[in-house]
Design a protein around this ligand. Structure first.
Ligand code: PEP
Ligand code: MN
Length: 337
């Protein structure tokens, strides 16, 4: 940690800071320039982080040298993490496409969509039973009934299933049915929920929050790993910006940024990232080309009648066309689809 003092900070102020650093059992180096003095603190950064050093008289700025996350970082685990989900490897050479409806609306629609996406090369099935809707008056999901449908259809088609949990009280329930537990964007900083899924032995798909930085996403992942669950898959799903031509702004460079910082696999969700079905293909192409380990795509057989996110849902046929277009792109970056 580096403490930059204000120009003209007094000797008394410098001594006050050094005394505090020593009290904490840490070492320090003081470098006195012509304009200002800098104090370097050596030792456990965590001990210093909780000190309000920025509030000390004479201090201008405190800069951290170490990162606020450890277990998710490449320094801790240099090789890419590969997560095995019933034999399907997320983070390996093969790009994993997870597809399905936004919400499980009934058994038949889920079955029809699952068969179609499987035929076109999806490796897993998605579908929400607990939906985080902006309005309390819109469809909230089928709850356990929906979980039963997705489990049945997943087993029937051989597709592992991904579904969201929104509440700590439902973790045990969702665990019974899901192969991957999704933590949605709105819950990325629900720290109690993160700690809860950190205790389970199931892969977690952690979506980036609407207003979260990459650093915050990684800190949220750290919550899960810190509880012992190292099977975390990250997902870029677009962030809020001033741009209103799309539902969210796809932060496509987040993929290589995360890959540099962390060993965890990264997916892109082009559906929520754009909010428009005709942008799902173009963003998916970019995602594959830039190094994403997979895609999370919303597909509906009757988008105009969908109970949620119909506007951004691809028809199965369009999904199939997109998969064909993605194949040579995957190949060009040394991956397969
Ligand atoms: C979803 O995947 O259905 C979803 C609600 O996504 P997000 O949490 O990214 O909005
Ligand atoms: Mn959705």
């Amino acid at each position: 940690m580096i403490i930059v003092l204000k120009p003209g900070a007094s000797e008394e102020q410098i001594k006050h800071i050094i005394d505090r650093v020593e009290e904490l059992g840490l070492q320090h180096t003081v470098s006195r320039g012509t304009e200002r003095t800098i104090v370097g603190v050596i030792g456990e950064e965590d001990v210093v982080r909780i000190q309000p050093l920025e509030a000390f008289p004479g201090v201008e700025r405190v800069m951290e040298v170490l990162k606020p996350y450890k277990l998710v970082s490449r320094e801790f685990h240099p090789a890419d993490t590969i997560i095995d989900v019933n034999g399907i490897k997320v983070g390996g050479r093969r790009i994993v496409v997870i597809a399905g409806p936004c919400a499980i609306e009934n058994r038949q629609m889920l079955e029809d969509i699952a068969k179609e996406v499987k035929r076109f090369g999806a490796l897993m099935l998605r579908g929400g039973a607990f939906k985080p809707r902006s309005s309390p008056y819109t469809f909230q999901g089928l709850g356990e009934e929906g979980l039963k449908y997705i489990r049945e259809i997943g087993s029937q088609t051989g597709l592992p299933v991904v579904t969201e949990v929104m509440d700590t009280r439902d973790v045990e329930l969702v665990m019974k049915y899901a192969d991957i537990i999704q933590i949605g964007a709105r819950n990325m900083q629900n720290f109690n929920l993160l700690k809860e899924v950190g205790k389970v032995d199931k892969p977690i798909l952690l979506k980036r929050g609407l207003m979260a930085t990459v650093k915050e996403l990684l800190m949220s992942a750290e919550y899960i790993l810190s509880q012992g669950n190292f099977k975390v898959i990250l997902c870029e799903r677009g962030i809020r910006t001033f741009e209103d031509s799309t539902r969210n702004t796809t932060d496509i460079s987040a993929v290589p940024v995360i890959k540099r910082e962390s060993h965890l696999p990264v997916l892109v969700d082009p559906s929520h990232a754009t909010g428009k079905w005709n942008l799902v293909g173009p963003v998916s192409k970019a995602a594959v080309a830039i190094g994403a380990d997979g895609l999370l795509v919303e597909v509906h057989n009757q988008p105009e009648k969908a109970l949620s996110d119909g506007v951004q849902s691809l028809l199965p046929r369009k999904f199939g066309e997109m998969m064909e277009i993605l194949k040579p792109i995957a190949k060009s970056v040394g991956r397969s689809l």
